[in-house]
Design a protein around this ligand. Structure first.
Ligand SMILES: [Zn+2]
Ligand SMILES: [Zn+2]
Length: 93
């Protein structure tokens, strides 16, 4: 894995920071913040982690390719399947 990513993980930064956050509009590689008061969060918003997993990994549950949203038997989901998070973490590791 790239040294930069390894460094981020050692520093406790979530790999989902590599994508922008759709919830608080944090840019890529910037931390999530609370929109109402600007407080910096140590963990990314759940929707950001979902987007990151979607960009990074195929889904073992519904068999979609990276960048394609998960679905439940054809019905689109707003977040990805649990197994896709694991897949993305293994890809990032
Ligand atoms: Zn956020
Ligand atoms: Zn899925």
């Amino acid at each position: 894995m790239p040294a930069e990513l390894r460094h981020q993980m050692r520093a406790g930064q979530h790999p989902a920071r590599s994508v922008p956050c759709p919830h608080c509009a944090a840019r890529a590689h910037r931390p999530c913040t609370v929109p109402s008061n600007g407080r910096v969060l140590t963990q990314p918003h759940p929707q950001r982690v979902s987007d990151w997993a979607q960009q990074t990994a195929c889904c073992p549950s519904c068999q979609v390719e990276p960048a394609t949203p998960c679905h439940d038997e054809g019905r689109p989901r707003t977040t990805v399947h649990a197994r896709r998070y694991q897949e993305a973490e293994e890809t990032a590791a």
